[in-house]
Design a protein. Sequence first.
Length: 370
Amino acid sequence: RLLARDAPDFQSKGNFNVRHKNQSAFLFLGDIYHVVIHLPLWGLLLLFVVVYCASFLVFAGFWLWVSEPCGIGLETYREAFYLSVETQMTIGYGVPDPYFRNCSEVLFVLLGQSLTGLVIDAMMIGLMFQHVSKAYTRASTVIFSNSAVLQVIDGCVHLIFRVAEMQKQPLLQAVMQVYCVQHHDDESYPGGVRVEVAAMQLKEPDTDMYNGVLFLGLPTMVVHRIDYQSPLSPARPMPLGMNAPTPMGGWSDWPSPQEVKEHLQRRPYLEVLVLLSGTEDATASSIEARHSYTLNEIFWNRSFSSCVSIDSQGRHCINFANMHRTFSLPDEEGVSGVRSVGGYTRRCFQATYEGEEGAATNELAARSTA
């Protein structure tokens, strides 16, 4: 798969399974800051140990060089190294004359090492803060359902999955982009394989009505309609000629459920890639949570169990234990969870009153899958 699921609770840390070959190391020198920032924590700490030790060793040589003319009294390089550490880290000072006999050479060594230590300290603090506050750690509390479902709504197949925010302060201006990655056997290409990365138009959240912004205060259902413009759809059948008879009711804008099912079963590789981006309010950092669904994680004719209840005071309660739970629909069903309001089909989700939650959960558990 393209996106690894390497985080707890069926989630992803956002790492792509992509190998990079024949990269030019010189291009990274122009962006050395971000190269250092993205080092693992142990690598960053090791880098600072090396930088500090290099500074101590270099200035130890300068102290040994000015020792005799300035009356410092250093006899070995080890003694000079100790003095270098004491000077840069300000942990104590033991020299015969703290004014170094008014020796001008010491002025450059002492001032140079002090300023160098301040610069290294500032860099270490800034890089460590930036490393531990990287935005990808905030994305770990954006939870996606571990599976997606296919439902037939008004005769058209829809791909549905669920997303929720575990933090009490949800992301600001959260928007979602969904892509479909497929492999096609194509002999016209030198390698015989064509990789297709196609954007998927979402029915919910509606880009025209809501500008695509998600409300993450409650779990959100993300819906994609599989019509002939969808990358999950088979190719639209073309008339055999100009005089081909028009089917009764005209040409449909979407394939039949059976055509979609057979098309997906024939795909050698298909992965739905989900990217949710938003702004974290405390640091104003932009984050991106990533998730994906392969064909083994997309289930036919199922619906999500309720994970929201309402208590006696009217407060909403999210049960994340039911976040990934689904149950099968009868063959003739498939329109569950859709409500027509003012001529527009708006997605809703099931909820229970808290007094009825236990009974409803027990009833769903008998026919659901984790």
